[in-house]
Design a protein around this ligand. Sequence first.
Ligand code: F6P
Length: 375
Amino acid sequence: MSHPLRVGVLTGGGDCPGLNAVIRAVTKSLILKHNAQVVGFEDGFLGLVERRIRPLSYKDVSGILTLGGTILGTSNKANPFKYHERGGADVSPQVVKYYKELGLSAIVTIGGDGTMSISHRLQEMGINIVGVPKTIDNDLMGTDRTFGFDTAVTIATEAIDRLHTTAQSHNRVMIIETMGRYAGWIALYAGAAGGADVILIPEVEYDVNEIAKICRGRELGGQNFTIIAIAEGAKPSGGSMEVKRVIEDSPDPVRLGGIGYVLGDQLRSLVRSEVRTSVLGHIQRGGTPTPYDRNLATAFGTYATSLVVDGRFGRMVALQQNRLTSVPLEEVANKTRTVPMDSPMLAAALAVGTSFGVESIEANLDGQETTAAIS
Ligand code: F6P
């Protein structure tokens, strides 16, 4: 008689809406279709290092589809190759030993860039891994979408909608700063959906005089308020990104934030209206996932199960041109997918008159010279 399939699941890095939906999908489909045993590691890779697991039954994952966060817990400081509790020691050999002792066939790692990079290294050491792409930032290589992004965009869009009414009442310039690290996806999609007048993303260095021109133009034209959506990674031409803090024991130690306030200060003397800044922060990561993210997470989770069952390890589930597929982990590890200058959303926003804080980026779309600095 062959051994039952035994599979581990963990959620790594910062949390995001939809993690529980993936845990549910992986666990239920493994149990229902393959009579497998499923165990969850607590707090991401920390559970693998510190030998903390819990069995996951069908009942354990019932009723969690709509829950934000992760029932398994997560950590964005847990790196088996640099374990902070032991002064940054490489404890990966112990992790491989534990994996073997547990008699696992594979581990499904649900996470972002940091998680996929660690997964790739562990895969090379003999742990069978299937990755599932998570992050509100939508910046993972190899997939057109990560789950969590749609929810973050929905939350940021609602915030922009709400800013509209107060901006209008007070004739103000309202700046809203979104998350996203080094990619402008959230600011672009929420800014476009919320009808922001100016969208500032890391991929296009902004010119503050150009933004002031837009605000003044609106003041003179009778549209006496301006909404500016700015990604936390945006920066002025020739300037640098705003680093809020550095977390030394995190795989990606830099935390961005505060550029919305910098822009507010830059603009204040250049426009007639009052200027206010709102920073949306972790609200973008909290609460229940949107229906789109629930469905994407469920599809990703069940697809991960099929990769495990087929023995297709060292791969990350992906969505490409609306089809489920998978890509090798090594193509994802240590890379960031930023907004390309031929993004249809960017083109659409430009076509309806949205400014990206530079005089012209249309020229760049045609592959010609542009005034925008593209990072
Ligand atoms: O990667 C997700 C994200 O929310 C980024 O958008 C943001 O820069 C970062 O994580 C914040 O990290 P932390 O939760 O450690 O403050």
